[in-house]
Design a protein around this ligand. Structure first.
Ligand code: GLY
Ligand code: MN
Ligand code: MN
Length: 443
């Protein structure tokens, strides 16, 4: 199907879903005004970080610009109220492409003060977005500005993707995998973290600021830092340590939709146990991916990941005992301290991961794993990441050593493996009634 048709079907589906949301949560409202967000300077500065539009705006149209508005009225073509200021400092060209612009009515405003006059008269509006002050100036009542019931409904609903959204998520995967291939080559060729990062950007032909999140490019022991943010550079190559392990967590965006992919590579002469762990993690990750389908409880899948990782630790003589016991007493969490995954879409950690229903009931994560971002039972059409990890994190290991957990850990081997950091393998997976579709491996 061509993009234009797919997009029109997406808009039709959104019309239906947003009408349901409005009728069920604010039956006396006629329309919703959605704000893309504002650009905010750094403190006491006149520069702002690169802008990314808010997900609920971006879902209507791919326009990463501040201070744009979508007016949604059930039964009507959605309207874009585009603020295009006259400005000789920046490029303010409104780039529209017919594949999306044909599905939207577009009104251009030179001044934001024109917005009020563009809104339908005699209608009750709800406002969604960060600028509550602007909404109040427009005369929108406080209880219609970001109403919790409406937002919960829309957040919950966003987990289930339309075919258009799935095609964009696929595209974001294809795009990022080019970078991952180049990054692996740069690692094998002895590049440092900076070189690997640049190889990724060049292969994807993207700027840093276009990434869905800052690339995590960690060599050797830094692979144990979950959200490692640096890119080490060596001017003097002689002082650069040999590349043993690369953990790269990097994605791309396709018209706002994100991929979030992690690969771990090891040099041939890395510790043999690390190689066995890497193979074991690949196998258990693929098995977990296969369990992504409608009706799967993500909390239960997270626990299954813990049991499988604990078993891998036992099989490799890093831990002693029974896998279930190692999970129940918290030992597996020392090695796998983050969640198995999260919803993925217009945000890397997409909204609604802890909602149990459209009505806003919360499904809290289990006490043992407070960081689990997705506690939902998966619906057909949900896209999640599956990203089990196994790390040798000095701070967590030291804490375990001084506690009762220390007895079940083989410290000689754990210490030998610390310089290799850790392993994470992350794919993006769609739940369908025919089972899991791996958007990353299938890309
Ligand atoms: N890249 C962050 C994450 O995997 O959730
Ligand atoms: Mn990731
Ligand atoms: Mn992730």
């Amino acid at each position: 199907m061509d993009t234009q048709t797919l997009f029109q079907q997406h808009i039709d589906a959104l019309q239906q879903r947003w009408s349901d949301a409005l009728h069920n949560t604010l039956p006396d409202c006629d329309a919703i005004l959605v704000h893309s967000g504002g650009s905010h300077n750094y403190y006491a500065d006149d520069h702002a970080p690169p802008f990314k539009a808010w997900g609920h705006f971006l879902r209507w149209l791919p326009l990463d610009r501040p201070d744009q508005f979508v007016l949604f009225t059930p039964g009507n073509k959605p309207r874009l109220l585009a603020w295009v200021p006259s400005d000789f400092w920046h490029d303010q060209t409104l780039n529209t492409e017919s594949w999306w612009a044909d599905s939207i009515d577009i009104t251009v405003m030179e001044n934001l003060s024109e917005l009020a006059a563009q809104l339908p008269r005699g209608q009750t509006l709800a406002f969604l977005g960060e600028n509550a002050g602007l909404a109040a100036e427009l005369g929108i009542a406080a209880d219609r500005i970001n109403p919790a019931a409406l937002l919960s409904w829309l957040d919950f609903d966003r987990a289930v993707k339309t075919d258009y959204e799935i095609s964009r998520l696929r595209e974001a995967n294809v795009h990022a995998l080019r970078g991952h291939a180049a990054a692996e080559q740069a690692f094998r060729a002895g590049g440092d973290e900076y070189d690997i990062h640049q190889a990724y950007l060049a292969a994807c032909r993207v700027l840093d600021q276009e990434l869905p999140y800052s690339n995590i490019i960690a060599l050797n022991e830094k692979a144990a830092i979950l959200h490692y943010q640096n890119k080490r550079r060596y001017a003097d190559r002689a002082s650069q340590p040999e590349n043993q392990v690369l953990l790269i967590d990097a994605g791309c965006r396709a018209h706002g939709y994100c991929s979030d992919i992690t690969r771990t590579w090891a040099a041939a002469d890395a510790h043999p146990v690390f190689h066995d762990l890497l193979l074991g993690m690949q196998t258990l990750q693929e098995e977990l991916v296969q369990r992504v389908k409608p009706g799967t409880s993500f909390v239960s899948l997270h626990r299954q990941a813990h049991v499988a990782i604990a078993q891998l630790l036992v099989d490799n003589d890093i831990c002693h005992g029974n896998a279930e016991t190692l999970v129940d007493n918290g030992t597996s969490t020392v090695f796998f301290p983050h969640g198995l995954g999260h919803l993925l879409g217009l945000q890397v950690h997409d909204v609604g991961g802890r909602l149990a229903s459209r009505k806003g009931d919360i499904a809290a994560p289990p006490e043992a794993w407070p960081g689990l971002r997705n506690t939902r039972t998966l619906d057909a059409g949900a896209v999640v990441t599956i990203e089990p990890g196994l790390y040798f994190i000095p701070a967590l290991l030291e804490k375990a050593r001084g506690s009762s957990l220390g007895k079940s850990i083989n410290w000689t081997l754990a210490e030998e493996l610390m310089p290799f950091g850790g392993i994470r393998i992350e794919d993006n997976v769609l739940a369908t009634s025919d089972g899991a579709v791996n958007l990353t491996r299938g890309a």
